[in-house]
Design a protein around this ligand. Structure first.
Ligand code: C2E
Ligand code: CA
Ligand code: CA
Length: 682
């Protein structure tokens, strides 16, 4: 039955071929059977006819034999008799032969030999011949003629009659057989057709239908796959070109788009503005309120930017809190002014506080922009130029828009070189501390030293912080510099003490970046401990602005941790920042370090009053007061008079290497009674 089972489309034609072959066989078989029936029917009819005619002939012969008795009649009729007899004899032979295939007729011919039709006919013919022979001799032939007549009208006639009937009956029987056979063939054909239908056409039909259905399903699936593929491709294309968080274009799309706009610009001559935007204070929000809030701020800022520009302008996010906008500036008298207006209006909108999850978030934006109004500029250059202008905007105090100028590029290149130099210098331990002494105004006793960083440059010698600190702050390298200077300072303190000097404290500067670093406090504690020093030996100087932050700012927590561990904390450059008194009161501070600008003119009335007020405030809060930038004896006396505790400045000693510090200490200590006045006086 295996061949009946569906075995694939290629076998279908084999099934049909088989079915057709069976059909053709049945048809041809049926047809042949029919032909044979017809042929045999005709032959049988001829036999019946022949046997019927024998009956007639026997009568005729009997009749003609009677003419033998009359010489005249005999003469005319004898040839007819002979002719009839010959035909009768010939037909008899033929019938005898044919009776072989007619069972009942055959029986009649052969029956009991003597009574059989064959012997009867033989006797009849013999009688007729004898009668003819006798007649020609003129003898008595009446006996024979009587015999002939008796036979012809009695026994022979009966036998011939029976023969006719037997032939007819046999023929009918045969016909009935053939008919049965034909019926059988017909039923067989029908049965086979039904079987073909059941086992070939129906399975084939099922196969075709299911193949068609499968094909349809496959087509459907293919269509679905295709649609899915299209959707996926579109999505892939979208995510390849867009920022996931804000949905804005990404850097890749920015480049592609800008290239196209620049090519188009070559024909239309329109003015394109590329703006680089950086969010101010975003990092603080991210650090203090967490990434989800940070993300929400980015999304809002992105929406604000998008809303400030036309649909055909491009707004892209190119970094954490950095965006680039490509806008067409309508041609009018001052494209620069138009671009700046656009940027400033956007900055104003971004500055508006946002309320996110109950947190009031204030970010700002700085913008650097460049105008493309000549043929110069490929996309990379323009974005880099806008970035340079952005850097200038941030340097100019943030929250402003600055246009790119050609001179800026040089500066920025130097900046990048310096950054990589500085990174290398940190790794190469070229950052070392210089020590600047601080003395008690009351008795001149050395209160301690401040560790100030210096870059021991392999070619340029000792570089002051003014040449690298700001850059370090902008790039977060400042934490590494704080660390190097502080560790070197701790070593120096231990060394000075080892030389027998009583140096109560060492001051180190801590940037906001250091204090936000979770490792800073534990590392410092460890460094102090392994040098056999105590936390109380260390003064941490922080500038006021480090404190302007939320309560949960990491920097504040670090300071709290430090003061709780026994470290002393001084507010550096006091009087220049914006820390509130309530903020100061929340911290466990040790001292306030009055900024050099105020000390400069302390001998004059106004600044002196300010210093006096600060001293009063400090005393009220039980804080020490340190004056920095003390250069001369007048300042020294004035500060002493208003009640300052400690003085630091070139008048007492410059920041020095460890060796120079040892020399300075040697000289200072050797002054009679310990010197309470400045050593160097301008
Ligand atoms: P600062 O912390 O206020 O340090 C005092 C600065 O004033 C020092 O400059 C010092 O040389 C200078 N100075 C001291 N006395 C006088 C004086 O009588 N007259 C004048 N004209 N200047 C005086 P320096 O060493 O160049 O440091 C500049 C600033 O760099 C420091 O100001 C501090 O803010 C920063 N800095 C230095 N080292 C580090 C460090 O390791 N970490 C951090 N975060 N900042 C540092
Ligand atoms: Ca300082
Ligand atoms: Ca200072």
């Amino acid at each position: 039955m295996a061949f009946l089972a569906w075995g694939g489309a290629r076998q279908l034609w084999q099934r049909y071929a088989l079915a057709v072959m069976i059909l053709v066989t049945l048809l041809v078989g049926g047809h042949l059977l029919h032909l044979q029936t017809l042929q045999e029917g005709a032959k049988d009819a001829e036999t019946i006819d022949l046997s019927g005619r024998q009956r007639m002939l026997s009568q005729r012969i009997a009749g003609l034999s009677r003419s033998l008795e009359h010489p005249v009649e005999r003469l005319t009729l004898e040839p007819a008799l002979l002719d009839a007899l010959q035909t009768f004899e010939k037909s008899h032979k033929e019938l005898l032969r044919r009776s072989e295939s007619f069972p009942s007729a055959k029986k009649i011919y052969a029956e009991g030999q003597d009574e059989g039709l064959d012997s009867q006919v033989g006797a009849f013919i013999a009688d007729v011949r004898s009668a003819i022979a006798l007649a020609s001799e003129g003898s008595e032939q009446s006996l024979y003629i009587n015999e002939i007549e008796i036979a012809a009208f009695d026994s022979l006639l009966v036998s011939l009659d029976r023969a006719v009937k037997a032939f007819t009956a046999d023929t009918e029987a045969r016909l009935a057989n053939l008919e049965r056979l034909q019926n059988l063939a017909l039923w067989l054909a029908l049965g086979l057709l039904a079987l073909e239908g059941l086992f070939i056409f129906w399975p084939a039909h099922r196969s075709v239908v299911s193949a068609l259905e499968a094909a349809e399903e496959r087509a459907c699936q293919l269509e679905n796959n295709n649609n899915e593929l299209k959707a996926m491709t579109a999505q892939l294309k979208h995510s390849a070109n867009h920022d996931q968080l804000t949905g804005l274009a990404n850097r890749k799309k920015l480049h592609d788009d800008l290239e196209i706009r620049l090519r188009k610009r070559a024909e239309t001559g329109e003015c394109i503005c590329v703006m680089h935007v950086d969010l101010d204070r975003f990092k603080e929000i991210n650090d203090t309120l967490g990434h989800p809030v940070g993300d929400a701020v980015l999304v809002r800022a992105a929406e604000t930017m998008r809303s400030r520009f036309r649909k055909e302008d491009l707004v892209a996010r190119v970094g954490g809190d950095e965006f680039v906008i490509v806008a067409n500036i309508a041609h009018h008298a001052d494209a620069h002014e138009a671009a700046r207006n656009l940027a400033e209006r956007m900055i104003a909108r971004i500055k508006e506080p946002m309320l996110i999850d109950g947190n009031k978030c204030s970010v700002g934006a700085s913008v650097g922009y460049v105008l493309v109004d000549d043929e110069s500029g490929d996309s990379d250059r323009l974005i880099a130029d806008a970035d340079i202008a952005l850097y200038e905007a941030k340097r100019a105090g943030k929250g402003v828009a600055v246009a790119f100028g050609d001179g800026m590029r040089n500066e920025i290149e130097q900046r990048y070189k310096l950054i990589s130099d500085l990174e290398r210098a940190i790794d190469a331990e070229e950052i070392i501390p210089f020590l600047q002494p601080k003395v008690a105004l009351a008795d001149g006793r050395v209160e301690g030293f401040e560790a100030l960083s210096r870059w021991q440059h392999p070619e340029q010698g000792i570089l002051p912080p003014g040449q690298f600190i700001q850059l370090a702050e902008e790039t977060d390298l400042i934490a590494s510099i704080d660390r190097a200077t502080a560790l070197g300072g701790l070593d120096a303190l231990a060394e000075l003490r080892a030389h027998g000097y009583d140096i109560p404290t060492l001051a180190v500067n801590a940037s906001a970046s250091s204090l936000r670093n979770a490792n800073y406090v534990p590392d410092l504690k460890m460094a102090v401990a392994i040098r056999g020093l105590r936390p109380a030996d260390i003064r941490i100087e922080v500038v006021e602005n480090t404190l302007i932050s939320d309560e949960n700012d990491m920097a504040l927590r670090s300071l709290k941790n430090l003061s709780e561990s026994g470290f002393k904390i001084d507010i550096d450059d006091f009087g220049t920042g914006y820390a509130s008194l309530s903020m100061l009161s929340r911290l466990q501070l040790t001292g306030l370090k009055i900024d050099r600008d105020l000390i400069d003119n302390v001998q004059n009335a106004k600044p002196r009053q300010v210093v006096e007020a600060i001293v009063g405030l400090a005393k009220g809060m039980n804080l020490e007061v340190i004056a920095e930038g003390v250069e001369n004896a007048k300042q020294f006396s004035a500060l002493k008079a208003v009640g300052c505790d400690t003085a630091q400045g070139f008048g007492i000693g410059r920041p020095m290497s460890l060796e120079d510090t040892l020399v300075w200490l040697e000289n200072y200590a050797s002054k009679p009674g310990g010197i309470a006045t400045p050593i160097i006086v301008n």
